[in-house]
Design a protein around this ligand. Structure first.
Ligand SMILES: O=c1ccn([C@@H]2O[C@H](COP(=O)(O)O)[C@@H](O)[C@H]2O)c(=O)[nH]1
Length: 278
């Protein structure tokens, strides 16, 4: 089984370093002329898949916007995952799960076991019950070629009070998360399967990402105010591992398929300029 890190490395080489989120906000549905119900959700997601599924390396459905419609929304999420996979993009489900280990096992079955209807290439996870509690997800990902992106330094301003608190050994909480994920990726080639989420909005925080050897998902670009130029400040010498992530900035160009593609191409070009220049 090829690892997620290897699959992501290839997808980025072929399609470029970009993740586009599917976040069907009620306001976006309205701007696209769609109803705020499951029909509107279905039409929105089909258009995004049609526009971007065959050209963007990673697509990141935001589970909350599907769950808010209950079981019929989750059904559309399942179908969206299948459509994205058929179109050839990697699917990262932004679901930010975390719990005690025995419950994390069930989340691992739900998202990282190929027999599940919600099986995806990778998920986001919250480490705030302890990174070790996520072990069942890490094990399942390793077994089935999946990936896990663990929250480290999130893009929202409220995150800093928790994530930058200093632990007993003098490291910040975020640095302990970064260090534990780095251990999981040691020796992996061409790239580890365990990623971190580090917001593009956080500035230079002095955290050491140099040993991560895994993907660094960077949300917060566009609608939250982060710019491609900010990536240099936040990531420094770790820029080659960054996977920039945009949702509303790209989705706002819809529903026209050509306009969605043009928006994705524009942000990819912006990011490439920063990620590839010395
Ligand atoms: O630190 C984080 C972690 C996750 N997110 C998620 O990314 C998208 C951002 O959407 P935009 O429209 O590009 O602002 C959204 O799904 C968040 O839940 C994040 O923003 N920051």
């Amino acid at each position: 089984m090829e690892s997620f890190g290897a699959r992501l490395h290839r997808a980025v080489a072929e399609r470029g370093p970009l993740c586009v989120g599917i976040d069907p906000h009620p306001g976006l549905l309205a701007r696209w002329g769609l109803s705020d119900d499951v029909q509107g959700l279905d039409s929105f997601t089909r258009t995004v898949v049609d526009a971007l599924g065959d050209r963007v390396a990673v697509v990141k459905p935001q589970s909350a916007f599907f769950e808010r419609f209950g079981s019929r929304g989750v059904e559309i999420l399942e179908s969206t995952i299948r459509q994205l996979r058929d179109a050839g993009s990697l699917v990262l489900l932004d679901v930010k799960r975390g719990d005690i280990g025995s419950t994390v096992s069930a989340y691992a079955s739900a998202y990282l076991d190929p027999s599940s209807p919600l099986y995806v290439d990778a998920v986001t996870a919250s480490p705030y019950l302890g990174v070790g509690s996520l072990a069942p997800m890490f094990e399942s990902a390793a077994t089935h070629g999946g990936g896990v992106f663990v929250l480290a330094l999130t893009s929202n301003p409220e995150g800093a009070a928790v994530q930058r608190a200093v632990a007993a050994d003098g490291r910040t909480v975020a640095q302990t998360v970064i260090d534990e994920i780095s251990q999981l990726n040691r020796g992996a080639e061409p790239l580890g399967s365990f990623g971190l989420v580090v917001g593009a909005t956080i500035g230079d925080t002095g955290h050491d990402l140099s040993a991560v050897n895994g993907p660094l998902l960077a949300p917060g670009l566009g609608a939250q105010g982060g710019t491609a130029a900010d990536l240099r400040t936040v990531f420094g010498s770790s820029l080659p591992s960054v996977l920039p992530s945009y949702s509303r900035e790209v989705l706002g160009a819809g529903p026209d398929v050509a306009a969605l593609r043009a928006a994705a191409e524009r942000v990819l070009a912006d990011c490439r300029r920063v990620l590839t220049s010395p």
